[in-house]
Design a protein around this ligand. Structure first.
Ligand code: FMN
Ligand code: 173
Length: 376
């Protein structure tokens, strides 16, 4: 059992089962959720040899920031369900690891407190803010201003949620609201919010590329588009001037018919053609998964649930462990593959596990077995 699986087990034991299901679950029959991990399991790496490498550097440039490993923390809601320190603990762990935390619009700690916690660890800690368009433009604008004021260095706009996915486990468990004492703190004091209360997050299928243009005109922060699976959308996004494209099926929580995220990566990477960085999340659980995604065109990957498992199991230390394990595994795989830098991993090094087709054995013999040419 991997260390991340051990932390998952500890998290399952520590969490209220309803909250565990909220974190772990997907939509529908959880086919997209399962396919995220299965799609990685179907990949294998062809290592290169005798490369004369000495020192390695696992770091990557991400927009204006630098990450010391090509793994960022994907935005996930409600960290205080996992640990009382919530997003503060996650922020400290990401800062210690030297990587980017994408804090959710639905965080249970306000973005200014999240950036402060990260910067207390490392002055140049990178925190990005995830936002979903809200029907009232003034609300979206206020959220962006809040993120800017807090010192976030990029906006991640999530576009795979025209409506919430049907979360089978949440429906069965009747999980709809945060327990008393917890709230989506970024949604306080917004236009239309009740005094002292929070505004509900509204998803809507009415948003268009025009809303993205408006957002881009509103801020000088780089904009990342999260939740892209179709290569034509990736191309439009780049033409519209987004600064990065994030391939994701939302951890299998939105469209159950969506493919495992890494299956969509090669076509998106081809459509983007190196014009902007490509990120990917969904099912990344090991350093080999990270390496495969990079080889197929990602600049970096995100991890969602593994971070929640670390947080629930052991707070900041648990999240640090998850990121440390992924760093060590990725560095090891990079070395075994003859690479020195993440960019040394290329698409020709990825094959399917069932690759290659066996040499054709010819028609079956009278006895039924293939002719192998081997004496019997
Ligand atoms: C409990 C949970 C909450 C999430 N909340 C958000 C969110 O607030 N905003 C968002 O853009 N994505 C959200 N996501 C999706 C993640 O950003 C990410 O795409 C997904 O978790 C990646 O898959 P993984 O969990 O297999 O690593 C959430 C995912 C989970 C599991
Ligand atoms: O649960 C989710 O996947 C999610 O994206 C979300 C977004 C806003 C509020 C709560 C959850």
């Amino acid at each position: 059992m991997s260390r991340i699986e051990e932390l998952h087990d500890r998290a399952r034991a520590a969490l209220d089962p309803v909250h565990y299901d909220y974190y772990a679950g997907g939509c529908g029959a959880e086919a997209a959720l399962a396919d995220n991990e299965r799609a990685f399991a179907e990949l294998a790496l062809l290592p290169r040899i005798l490369r004369g490498n000495d020192r390695r550097d696992t770091g990557v440039a991400l927009l204006g920031d630098r990450a010391s490993l090509p793994v960022v923390v994907s935005p996930t809601a409600f960290h205080r369900l996992a640990h009382p320190d919530g997003e503060r603990a996650t922020a400290r762990a990401a800062a210690h690891a030297g990587t980017v935390l994408v804090t959710s619009m639905a965080a249970t700690v306000a973005v200014a407190e999240v950036t402060a916690a990260a910067r207390a660890v490392r002055a140049d800690a990178a925190v990005w803010f995830q936002v979903s368009f809200q029907p009232d433009d003034d609300v979206t604008t206020a959220l962006v201003r809040r993120a800017e004021k807090a010192g976030c260095t990029a906006l991640v706009v999530t576009v795979d949620t025209p409506v919430f996915g049907r979360r089978t486990r949440d429906e069965r468990n009747g999980f709809h609201d945060l327990p008393p004492g917890l709230a989506p703190e970024n949604l306080r004091d917004l236009p239309g919010a009740p005094p002292g209360g929070t505004l509900p997050i509204t998803m809507s299928p009415e948003f268009t590329w025009r809303h993205l243009r408006r957002l881009r005109d509103l801020t000088s922060l780089p904009v990342v588009l999260k939740g892209v699976l179709h290569p034509l959308d990736a191309r439009t996004a780049v033409d519209e001037g987004v600064d990065a494209v994030w391939v994701s099926n939302h951890g299998g929580r939105q469209l159950d018919a969506a493919p495992g995220a890494v299956r969509a990566l090669p076509r998106v990477a081809a459509a983007v053609a190196g014009r902007v960085p490509v990120l990917l999340d969904g099912g990344v659980r090991s350093g080999a998964d990270v390496a495969a995604a990079l080889a197929l065109g990602a600049t970096a990957v995100g991890v969602g649930r593994p971070v929640l498992w670390g947080l629930a199991a052991d707070g900041e230390a648990g999240v640090r462990e998850v990121l440390d394990v992924l760093r060590a595994e990725f560095d090891h795989v990079l070395t075994l593959c003859g690479g020195r830098r993440p960019g040394d991993l290329t698409a020709d090094m990825v094959v399917r596990r069932e690759w290659p087709p066996l040499p054709t054995a010819g028609p079956p013999t009278e006895q039924g077995g293939p002719r192998t040419g081997r004496p019997r």
